[in-house]
Write a protein that binds this ligand. Structure first.
Ligand code: GLP
Length: 238
């Protein structure tokens, strides 16, 4: 576990991505949305523009997407990724994968996404944020968690938290398509990031807990053999 300022945490994660990229220029990178990784993406852009880091051979898979929001919707995760990262580095369009929020057949879309990840050789490094309720990607606390990519009903708490990005809470989609816990756990390396006081309670629970539980989906990550947790000071209350 590493603690520091948001800037330091972001630089550290970006450096871990850079190290991985040096070892494997065609690495498969799993990406997250939300506020937490913004600093990492900013630093990746800087590394590309100022230090010539080359992203032309990487492939990315995003964790999740809102059901019903197309690529052009400003609140879709596809739109976020374009604006925040992809438009500013030299990644190739054909190497970008995000679930289709407008798919005609969502069962097929879930299968297709998992098959694609496998076909590309699996995720080398997965970046994760955490929800205030312990969700990872959109795997919400529940009795059962899906192994593969699936459709989930968002909890009221997540809808509420994510409404800050929408004009009104009514506009937040109630369903999403997300990589499952199994798809995430198959990543060779995982970095879980947490920033802000709002994450302090869940991080405390997670780090002090001696148990895994589907009530805190992120707790399953504790079983992963190559997990790095990067916390900013505000998210740390142990
Ligand atoms: C969202 C996303 C997650 C993200 C989490 C935390 O709902 N689906 O992938 O990690 O919430 O978001 P933030 O970083 O904005 O706190």
């Amino acid at each position: 576990m590493v603690k520091g300022s948001y800037e330091l945490a972001s630089k550290l994660v970006a450096d871990m991505i850079r190290d991985e990229l040096e070892k494997k220029p065609n690495m498969i990178l799993g990406l997250a949305t939300g506020s937490t990784p913004l600093g990492v993406y900013k630093e990746l852009i800087r590394l590309h523009k100022e230090e010539g880091v080359d992203f032309s051979n990487i492939t990315t898979f995003n964790l999740d997407e809102y059901v019903g929001l197309g690529k052009d919707h400003p609140q879709s995760y596809y739109y976020y990724m374009r604006n925040i990262l992809f438009n500013h580095i030299n990644i190739r369009e054909e190497n970008i994968f995000i679930q289709d929020g407008k798919a005609e057949d969502f069962n097929r879309e879930c299968e297709r996404y998992d098959e694609l990840i496998k076909e590309k050789g699996g995720i080398d490094l997965q970046i994760l944020g955490i929800g205030e309720n312990g969700h990872i990607a959109f795997n919400e606390p529940a009795d059962k968690l899906s192994v593969g990519t699936c459709i989930v009903q968002l909890t009221d708490s997540t809808i509420n938290v994510n409404s800050r990005f929408f004009d009104s809470i009514e506009e937040v989609p109630k369903t999403a398509i997300t990589m499952g816990i199994g798809s995430i756990m198959q990543a060779k390396k995982i970095i879980l990031m947490a920033d802000g006081e709002k994450k302090a309670d869940i991080m405390k629970k997670l780090l002090e807990s001696k148990y895994i539980s589907t009530d805190i989906p992120a707790s399953l990550l504790l079983l992963h053999q190559d997990l790095t947790i990067v916390l900013t000071r505000s998210a740390y209350k142990l």
